[in-house]
Design a protein around this ligand. Structure first.
Ligand code: CA
Length: 263
C-alpha cells in the first residue's frame, strides 16, 4: 500500500510516511532504541513518528558528530543513517562507529550509485535503503537488523582455517602454532551481518543452508532474490576467515542452492 506512494523524493507524504491509520494499527509492537541520523527535518520527523508509533525508543541527530556523541552517550540497538550529512559523510560516521560498536546500521541514501552502496557496506553498514523508500520496507529491514542482534547461547567454538570463532562472545581469534593469539591487533573484526550469516552456517555444520533461508533470516522477508547480498558478504567472510579465500575449505558455495559450513 505504501509502496505505491513511495515514488518521488520530497515531502514525507510522498515517502509513504507518516503511515496510514491502518498501518499504525498493525499489532506489531517492537522494542529497542533506534538512533535516526538525518538532516532533513521533515523526513526525520516522519521517521520518528512512525518508529515511536511502533513502540521504539527513538533518539535523533541532525549531524554526524552529534550522532556519534549520542551513540556513545546511550548506545542504540540500531542506527538509521543518512549518507548526505552537513558535517561528516555518512560513510565516515560508520567508520568511526565501527571502531567501537557492532550496532546494526541501515543507510538511508538519496545516492543510487553502486559505488556509494559498496563504500557504505565496506565501511561497515549492514543494509542500505535508497530514497524514496517505503516505510514498510524500512521497518521490515529494521526488524531484520534487530533480529540479527539477538545473542546466541554461550557454548562451543568453531574452527575455520587458522581462526577460532566464538559465536556467543562475538570473537574471532587467530591460532598460530596451536596458540590462540588474543592480541587485539590479530583479532578478526566481523560486521553484524557477517556474524549473523556465520551463525546460521556454523550452527548447521555440514548441512546445506539455502540462499532463501539465509536471506530471509538475515535481511527479512522479501529479499529472497537478493542473492548478490549473500555473494558480497560471503566473499568478505572468506577473505577474513579462510586460509586460502579463493579456494575455501569451510565456507562453501553450493551453486544455485545455498551455502554450507564444512567443519
Ligand atoms: Ca541529507
Amino acid at each position: 500500500m505504501t509502496q505505491a506512494r513511495g515514488r518521488t523524493e520530497g515531502s514525507p507524504a510522498r515517502l509513504g510516511v507518516p503511515a496510514s491509520p491502518a498501518t499504525l494499527a498493525a499489532p506489531v509492537v517492537q522494542g529497542g532504541r533506534i538512533l535516526i541520523v538525518e538532516d532533513e527535518p521533515a523526513l526525520l520527523r516522519a521517521l520518528r513518528i512512525n518508529l515511536r508509533a511502533r513502540g521504539y525508543d527513538v533518539a535523533t541527530a541532525p549531524t554526524g558528530l552529534e550522532a556519534l556523541a549520542e551513540a556513545e552517550r546511550q548506545p542504540p540497538d540500531a542506527v538509521l543513517l543518512d549518507l548526505g550529512l552537513p558535517d561528516l559523510d555518512g560513510t565516515e560516521v560508520i567508520r568511526r562507529l565501527r571502531t567501537w560498536s557492532t550496532v546494526p546500521v541501515i543507510v538511508l541514501s538519496g545516492r543510487a550509485g553502486p559505488g556509494d552502496k559498496i563504500a557504505a557496506l565496506d565501511a561497515g553498514a549492514d543494509d542500505y535503503v535508497t530514497k524514496p523508500f517505503s516505510m514498510e520496507e524500512l521497518l521490515a529491514r529494521l526488524r531484520a537488523a534487530l533480529r540479527r542482534e539477538e545473542r546466541p547461547a554461550a557454548g562451543t567454538t568453531f574452527t575455520i582455517g587458522h581462526c577460532v570463532v566464538d559465536l556467543a562472545a562475538y570473537t574471532v581469534t587467530r591460532v598460530t602454532d596451536g596458540v590462540h593469539v588474543a592480541a587485539a591487533a590479530d583479532a578478526v573484526r566481523l560486521t553484524p551481518t557477517e556474524w549473523r550469516l556465520l551463525e546460521m552456517l556454523l550452527t548447521a555444520p555440514g548441512q546445506l543452508v539455502s540462499s532463501d533461508k539465509l536471506l530471509n533470516a538475515v535481511w527479512g522477508p522479501g529479499f529472497e532474490r537478493s542473492t548478490h547480498y549473500l555473494r558480497f558478504h560471503m566473499a568478505r567472510l572468506r577473505r577474513k576467515l579462510e586460509a586460502d579465500p579463493p579456494r575455501p575449505r569451510h565456507l562453501l558455495t553450493e551453486p544455485g542452492m545455498g551455502y554450507r559450513y564444512q567443519p
